[in-house]
Design a protein around this ligand. Sequence first.
Ligand code: GDP
Length: 478
Amino acid sequence: TNLVTVLFHLGEMATITQSLDEDTFQVLGEELGYKVQIVSPEDEDRELLESFDIDLEAEEEAEDAEDKQPRPPVVTVMGHVDHGKTKLLDAIRSANVASKEAGGITQHIGAYQVAVEHDDEERRITFLDTPGHEAFTAMRARGAKATDVAILVVAADDGVMPQTIEALNHAQAADVPIVVAVNKVDKDGANPAKVMQQLTEYNLVSEEYGGDTMFVPISALKGTGIEDLLEAVLLTTDAALDLKANPDKSARGIAIEAKLDKGRGAVASVLIESGTLRQGDAIVCGTAFGRVRAMFDENGEQLDEAGPSRPVQVLGLSSVPRAGDTFLSTDDDRTARQIAEKRDAIERNAAQARGRKRISLEDFAKALEEGKVDMLNLILKGDVSGAVEALEDSLLKIDVGDEVDLRIIHRGVGAITENDINLATVDNAIVIGFNVRPEAKARDAAEREGVDVRYYSVIYDAIDDIENSLKGMLKPTF
Ligand code: GDP
């Protein structure tokens, strides 16, 4: 028999070229006497590496705590447009060049490191110098976590704005501690106290108000408060995180940006997460492979080696990797090449099998009934802030009992953006649009990623649907 017939008997109308969702594959497999196992891309890659005797998790576990040494925090600067992210990154960099001896010209390699005197000790901090949360979210959507701490820049004359909220939502969803830089305090009309007060609403409560978020007044333009800000980053790091990595092993890390250079070929900036990368090492980064022909730091200085939290520009890859691609050095060239080639083949297959299914409200109701989930993540977008607030209030008032948690991970005014979909993808959330439509890019992304986006124009309809699904009784809509 052919598959279409089998599917038809299962109540599924399909043509031979149509792609099916995971559930259907499961049922189809069972019908044909196979057990269908659906592997995530991460699992698949882990298995691939294991077939080359590389087991990153086992490696991590087997490591002695003594082998690990403190590593610098990696920091991303986020905030609303024009609040001074770029200026701040420039100010930090020019106030504090890590290698003072370097006579080199500063290079943009996607990140830089600064040295700070802290408790009579020289400490370092790595800054990703592509501001904004788009890069951050894109990397997260690819499973990479490149940031330890976020600096949220808020202009004191403007206060909390939509992208401020978006940025802090992203950081909070990723469990990244936040330091608030209250910028432009040099300006007339600057009101740092207001920023502090506004942010308490988002669980960013300053120490003065009894919270544990550090707020630092700065002027990126005048270069004031920068030292205090760096100090606050270190204090927050030490309070919230225990950042350690073993420098004495082969290098592991992540690509932060890459490009094709006419003269030098593929140029990739990578952030070393653990181990040490040396010139001449065989490496594989995503589907690119090669040998480290040369390495440079942010001052254009050539390096022989680079340890944890160090950003370096690497020459010698066969092709241009993507931001967020993981990299590792391998024992030999052949292994690197084979891993890259296998990944390439896997990606091609995956590209054909698009339409990965994320959770929908119906799935959620079903899974809830079977006791498989206990958390519903929602993203709310509406045309006016009053409506969004009303919706949020009513949703939070739904009596969901003890078994299930309703979390609103992001809310905002305006069209549904690609960023909303990215966030929904990462946190398996459902997007609720109230009197708004998606941007074209967002619609494409939602379709590609299988994110459930629901539109309402009556608040009660939205509440009803969510309430019903929380009670496990939402009827599928077709
Ligand atoms: P971004 O969009 O967040 O990267 O913001 P920019 O760094 O490009 O800054 C936006 C504008 O605000 C620029 O015209 C900056 O010169 C100005 N700006 C940034 N920081 C300060 C500051 O501390 N004080 C004042 N007065 N202006 C600032």
